[in-house]
Design a protein around this ligand. Sequence first.
Ligand SMILES: Cc1cc2nc3c(=O)[nH]c(=O)nc-3n(C[C@H](O)[C@H](O)[C@H](O)COP(=O)(O)OP(=O)(O)OC[C@H]3O[C@@H](n4cnc5c(N)ncnc54)[C@H](O)[C@@H]3O)c2cc1C
Ligand SMILES: NC(=O)c1ccc[n+]([C@@H]2O[C@H](COP(=O)([O-])OP(=O)(O)OC[C@H]3O[C@@H](n4cnc5c(N)ncnc54)[C@H](O)[C@@H]3O)[C@@H](O)[C@H]2O)c1
Length: 453
Amino acid sequence: MSYLNNGGILMNKFDVVILGAGPGGGALAYALKAQDLKVAVVEENLWGGTCPNRGCDPKKVLLAAVDARRHSQYLEGNGLKKAPEIDWPALIKFEKTFTDPVSEGTKTGLKNAGITVIDGSVKFVDKHTIFANDQKVTADKFVIATGARPGLLEVDGKHHFKTSTDFLQMTQMPKTVTFVGGGYIAFEFAAIASAAGAQVHIVHHNDRPLKAFPQADVQRLVHQLKEVGVQFHFGVDISRIEKNETGYELISAQGFSLQTDQVFCTAGRIPNDDTLALEKAGVKYSKKGIEVDDHLRTTAENIYALGDVVDKTQPKLTPVSGFEAHYLAELFGGHDKSIRYPAIPTVIYGDPRLAMVGVNADEAQKQTSIYKVSDMDITGWFTYRRLNEPLAHATVITSKKTGAVVGASLMSSEADDLINYFAMAINRQLTPESLKETIFAYPTAASDLTYFM
Ligand SMILES: Cc1cc2nc3c(=O)[nH]c(=O)nc-3n(C[C@H](O)[C@H](O)[C@H](O)COP(=O)(O)OP(=O)(O)OC[C@H]3O[C@@H](n4cnc5c(N)ncnc54)[C@H](O)[C@@H]3O)c2cc1C
Ligand SMILES: NC(=O)c1ccc[n+]([C@@H]2O[C@H](COP(=O)([O-])OP(=O)(O)OC[C@H]3O[C@@H](n4cnc5c(N)ncnc54)[C@H](O)[C@@H]3O)[C@@H](O)[C@H]2O)c1
């Protein structure tokens, strides 16, 4: 139902309006439509959100070429003569064949399912009303799924910073590339840029990059990136970026200076909660995201939030947004359970992959009366030796009381797939004995599972 009010403004009334058409908002819209609710989605930018347009998917497309080159390098002299070089402009052109159709395709898909799609940037008027550009929309419930955007460090010359979005659209690879902030994006993009021929620098403000991952694994990853030429600058706080004839100079108050052709800020993302006029709706938020309770309800009783925009301890990842969407669909469908997250696997798609799930090895080492920690150099195992990979490693944590696997961190080219088996083992509380009841196809990375525990 829509009509014009006295002011000539288009009015719409919905059961649920979802703000943001990312993986979280999109998944929720389909699930609520399946419950016969009148649903609208408002999107201010590209339909589909961060992951398929400027995040996970385009990155993984670039990685296909990077992986092919690296694996060829490992086999040089062992069956392969010469590793191929990356043709960056052609690779970006290939990547665009994935990203270009996403927005229109996502929007059409929602429309075809009977979901109302509205292009516009949302501002709350009150807790039952929003403005999406010039459209006034009312609803019984709102779900804020507006995600996050790249943050820019507050330094002089911060307008010179490029972002992860720029990197994924860059048609030429510069000779030198610098990432400021040693997190997920820096480690992944450093592996990509270095394989594509750039001299890569990572500048990090302390000596502990990737702080959510076990320290020993991070050190191994740093070592591996150094081996392929990536330069790390730890304990450096950039205070200024100056443009000069040949590119940019990064400067710290302590006298650090680095000349680079391009500089990317990879020091974290900012939740998109500060542009929504949330005060008007009584929704509490901060720089960390929107405050929610254990039902993903905000401080306004009819307004919920999910995904990267939420202030939470869980990692901000695509499948986590999807999990929360599924939870809210069930909540709106009538159940009243609190949200309970399973063990969440997370991966650095670097060289090699670093993946972890469940209890962190560093925490487990501090509680040896509770956990058994098995640390394994698996480089010599058949699965990895046949690829001639320089580094493969696994740490597996089991409960001393039950024998069940409770955590793992893996490093190898297979780690991103293999970690999912560990996630399943943890969530189903599998013991090494129960794993032996399954026959795994051999020879595969999964057929090694019983040797890990
Ligand atoms: C470079 C990069 C690589 C990544 N790689 C991975 C990976 O490998 N694996 C993984 O799991 N995760 C990865 N992520 C994280 C993943 O992309 C996010 O966790 C995921 O997209 C979050 O989904 P969401 O639906 O919560 O938010 P988003 O995908 O950010 O969607 C939010 C949507 O809301 C819209 N919006 C914002 N403000 C408004 C407004 N005022 N009005 C209307 N619409 C608005 C935005 O335009 C956007 O489309 C990566 C992220 C980046 C940046
Ligand atoms: N593979 C994946 O799943 C994946 C990949 C990319 C991004 N993401 C998501 O996107 C988020 C953002 O990624 P990101 O890499 O921008 O952030 P991040 O939070 O992973 O890392 C940012 C890093 O910057 C550092 N930092 C902060 N201030 C700094 C300063 N002044 N100077 C130097 N370093 C500084 C922080 O200590 C931190 O280590 C991730 O946290 C994750 O949720 C996920």
